[in-house]
Design a protein around this ligand. Sequence first.
Ligand code: FES
Ligand SMILES: [Fe+2]
Length: 416
Amino acid sequence: MTKESMPASYGNKREMQRRKLDRIGVDQYISEDFYQRELKTIWRKCWLWAGRASEIPNPGDYFVFNLPFLDRTSILVIRGKDNKVRAFYNVCQHRGGRLAYYERGSAGVLRCTFHGWTYNLDGRLAGVTFDETFCDFDRSQRGLKPISVDIWGGWVFVNLDPAPRWTLREYLSPLPNALGAYLEKEPWAWEWGRKGLFKCNWKLQVDSQAEGYHARFLHARSIIAKFTKEDTPTWTYPGSVGVPFKLEVHRPKAQDSGVFLTELAKAAGTYSTALYYNTDTDDYKGGVASRYPGAVNVFNGDRWTFDLYGIFPNTVILVQKGHLMIMRSWPRGVGQTLWDYDEYFTRPPVKFGEYLARLHGLLEMRNTVTEDMTTVEGVQDSFTSGALTEQIVGEAEIGVGAFERHLLHMVDELSD
Ligand code: FES
Ligand SMILES: [Fe+2]
């Protein structure tokens, strides 16, 4: 990326100071009242990243998406005979039995395990066992309770609001259409994922991914030592509902001076299909860049490594050439959060070098995000202790400021 093509992505310091954009309170991370407001507003009225549509390719295929922090809600996402993906509460309308207990499966009809009532794949009540024992009731009113669902980029989103305020496309503007096509059309296959429970507010995990300022310190021994702020240009989208920020991460210029690279990392980078240190592979040049122009590396930086988008409220996606990582934070209370991440690739490694690069990349990523998560519990303790009542952010952290301000705005906006 040349200086000329580098967008003016950082905050203007004077403007930040004038509008107090450089300050973030801490109440929103520790207040039980505020957490309860979040549950009633953003979590019940925003689109949530639920899963991949291609994981339920055939009619009758389903996955279960549980939101235990939202009044123990369980959702069934299922593909109908008409190939349409629908979502329902995973709740039998007889006496509340669960229709599916397993994470995923396939069914011709949905049969409740409690008393055997059945439902068609489109949610209509199909059969009542021993129905002569029931008084008259309107079967058309006893179908499964639907949940708003839509698909973007091959990913299923659900919204607990029966009449969402924004369509999914409105919500995800300004994500590029080319990115949607790239995420939809490539044969993304899950390869690796982890989850863990942390004693922190869910937003600290999003914050941890919303800036690259920490990289040269927190990640000094893992991925990259010498980041400058130009290496992680950040955009914010004040007009967007569901995309508060975007970061690009670029390989530091001084790659050979001061960057901590092991011999193994260098060797892996030579073969990489998805690593930090190589954008010159055939996969990239012949793949993403030519087939989906504008999907990634929009400014065509020669040191570009990955794009990272915040998807409100709880998801951060990292997009590379042939590699996709989805990170999500799920509250379990104001000070406790389940964090999960999943990594997908467009194709399996073929040659030994690629295999080495794949494994190395996965481990490198594991180390990096583990480092990210080492900070969150300590920061939460700091907030609850009362020793810090206001955070201050610099130009390179405008993603954090944008996300947290957007959150306050959305909680207000969606309050009844
Ligand atoms: S609760 Fe489902 S059949 Fe009775
Ligand atoms: Fe990090």
